[in-house]
Design a protein around this ligand. Structure first.
Ligand code: SF4
Ligand code: SF4
Length: 357
């Protein structure tokens, strides 16, 4: 046997340079400037005088094989077979011959792919993995996204928002989707229902007890079998016990609702990254079009579009005007569910006596 240490096999994403458009590869790190000749198109000029136009189109997010083939055929026809997807599932086509720009845009529009998302727009909505790849979702996050994108297509194409609007959805309260200007997240409203016959065999009980953020779970015996029990007065219905212990079922067709959160961002441009805050709770998880959620999101977008200053992100706008004014402008009701009554929340409550105007 060799004395050489056993090294891990690296199996992450492959080197992206091999798939990059040749003009991008040649000019990597050598761009002189770029401009936006029209919504949905970026024009880059390199220090060597090379030019490239990038056309950004929306995808339906979940791609079937026929749609993928159509997307690739368009890239073969206009872009030497090169295309790329952004983090949010936009498709980017690149052309080096300006005369190909309009035919490419026409082909995409005729095939039903809207062009936009490059400037101050509602860009493609991101969603968590949902039923495709995760075992704990309470809703079909990608379905909420598709129905919302259909409703907000004009805001993708027109790019008339004060700043970029990043909308995210998450299909459980663990929220692996991160922070968003507007976030649509599952909200469980009842503690888990425990199947005591299965807990002993399926769950590692100490890990489940340790998982609860409010110490509401304790070991128990039911019908002579080891199991777990929940102090329902303490439980905040977060759902964190369900992934390590599926017999603690928390997803419920009636009591798993959707909530809308506002003002999160990851960027640290102009202001610090922000957590989003709850603004609408208890909306029905109403597949396949989620109309109640769409209505709330449109109310928020319309108030933001009319009232925010140029280049103000959603959270910065709310910070400036205050939450009271936010609820007045959006017409959303302020209810008891907006008050964080968890005893650990005293650190995050606004304890300042300052008044903001
Ligand atoms: S949000 Fe929750 S359920 Fe959805 S993919 Fe992420 S961890 Fe899974
Ligand atoms: S749902 Fe959350 S708070 Fe309730 S018992 Fe499970 S882990 Fe604890």
């Amino acid at each position: 046997m060799s004395d050489a240490p056993v090294m891990p096999i690296e199996s992450g994403t492959p080197d992206s340079f091999q798939y990059m458009h040749p003009t991008l590869r040649k000019n990597y790190g050598q761009w002189a400037y770029h401009d936006r000749p029209r919504p949905g198109v970026l024009h880059h000029v390199s220090n060597f005088g090379d030019e490239i136009w990038t056309v950004k189109a929306a995808s339906p997010r979940q791609l079937d094989i026929l749609t993928l083939r159509e997307i690739c055929d368009i890239a073969d026809k206009y872009c030497k077979g090169y295309l790329r997807f952004t983090m949010r599932g936009n498709i980017e086509y690149m052309v080096t011959d300006e005369s190909q720009l309009e035919p490419l845009i026409k082909t995409l529009n005729d095939a039903g792919y809207p062009i936009g998302g490059t400037g101050n727009s509602v860009t493609m909505i991101s969603h968590t993995q949902g039923w495709l790849h995760c075992d704990i979702p309470g809703t079909d996050a990608s379905g909420v996204v598709k129905s919302l994108m259909d409703e907000l297509i004009d805001e993708y194409v027109a790019e008339e928002m004060p700043n970029r609007v990043h909308i995210t959805t998450s299909c459980c309260q663990i929220n692996c989707g991160g922070q968003g200007d507007i976030a649509i997240n599952i909200q469980h409203t009842k503690p888990p229902k425990i199947n005591h016959d299965l807990v002993g065999n399926a769950c590692e009980r100490p890990s489940v007890v340790a998982r609860c953020p409010v110490a509401a779970i304790r070991p128990a015996m039911v019908n002579g079998k080891p199991t777990l029990e929940v102090d329902e007065k303490k439980c905040v219905c977060c759902g964190a016990c369900f992934p390590p212990c599926p017999p603690m079922q928390i997803n419920d067709p009636e009591h798993s609702k959707l909530a809308v959160w506002v003002g999160g961002k990851h960027s640290n441009a102009r202001s610090k990254p922000m957590f989003h805050k709850l603004v609408a709770a208890g909306l029905p998880n109403n597949a396949p079009r989620w109309p109640e959620v769409a209505k709330v999101v449109k109310q928020i977008l319309s108030a933001y579009k009319e009232n925010a200053n140029d280049y103000e992100r959603m959270g910065e706008w709310v910070e400036r005007i205050g939450w009271q004014r936010f609820f007045e402008l959006t017409g959303l009701p302020f209810t008891k569910y907006h008050i964080d009554n968890w005893r650990g929340s005293r650190n995050s409550l606004n304890q300042s006596a300052h008044i903001r105007f």
